[in-house]
Design a protein around this ligand. Structure first.
Ligand code: G4P
Ligand code: NA
Ligand code: NA
Length: 193
């Protein structure tokens, strides 16, 4: 997605070896116009797929996922990282290990929001080591729902996530794919959408 790639070139900041900071338009401050285009791009790709739900993980996955869901005209569900007092119904859970944060967290979705008639599009802001996506895949399969694809805003292609997700047989469609970083610059590889 050209518009996203130019924005990363303009406003993205490389931190250390392997982190891209995009907090001015995606992960902290949000550019709604760009997000609408992102939502549209995913929705156009999956327009004929019969998607019934978009699923993501809080926090910053919520933004692109909500715009995609709005365009598709379906609900968006975000897996929660903490259990709150109102979550007193049956939960679907997965353990997600973060290589970045070096912690395992439990993510959960109420079973009542997913069932075997659902066709799900997973959307997330970043694909790094793929542990978040694999956790979502496990939860959605446990509900008996079908996963049509994984839509990613920024894929770090030099990490293991894409390969791990593709091994499950689910296609990954990324709007920007990063081959690596060189002297603080982002090197892109051809995007899927
Ligand atoms: P993985 O799910 O692909 O294994 O990702 P990993 O554990 O490595 O990433 C942990 C968190 O860091 C995730 O957010 C992920 O979206 C985010 N992340 C990974 N790589 C980058 C990057 O290069 N830049 C930025 N800005 N974020 C990155 P999170 O902690 O689950 O959620 P949130 O609450 O921050 O949204
Ligand atoms: Na994030
Ligand atoms: Na995320």
């Amino acid at each position: 997605m050209e518009e996203l790639i130019s924005r990363i070139k303009q406003d993205g900041r490389v931190l250390g070896e392997d982190i891209l900071k995009v907090d001015s338009f995606l992960t902290h401050q949000v550019d709604p116009k760009l997000m609408r285009e992102i939502g549209r791009t995913f929705a156009q790709k999956f327009a004929e797929a019969g998607i019934t739900k978009v699923v993501t993980i809080e926090a910053s996955g919520n933004v692109p996922a909500a715009y995609a869901a709005e365009e598709l005209g379906v609900p968006m569900i975000f897996a929660k990282k903490a259990k709150n007092v109102t979550m007193n119904e049956e939960l679907l859970t997965a353990e997600v290990y973060s290589f970045t944060k070096k912690i395992t967290s439990t993510v959960q979705i109420s079973r009542k929001f997913l069932n075997e008639t659902d066709k799900v599009l997973i959307v997330d802001d970043f694909l790094a080591n793929g542990q978040a996506a694999l956790g979502l895949i496990k939860i959605i399969k446990e509900a008996g729902a079908e996963i049509v694809g994984v839509g990613i805003v920024i894929e770090k292609s030099f990490q293991t996530g894409r390969g791990l997700v593709e091994e499950t047989g689910i296609p990954v469609l990324s709007l920007a794919r990063i081959a690596g970083f060189e002297d603080g610059h982002v090197i892109f590889t051809e995007a899927d959408l």
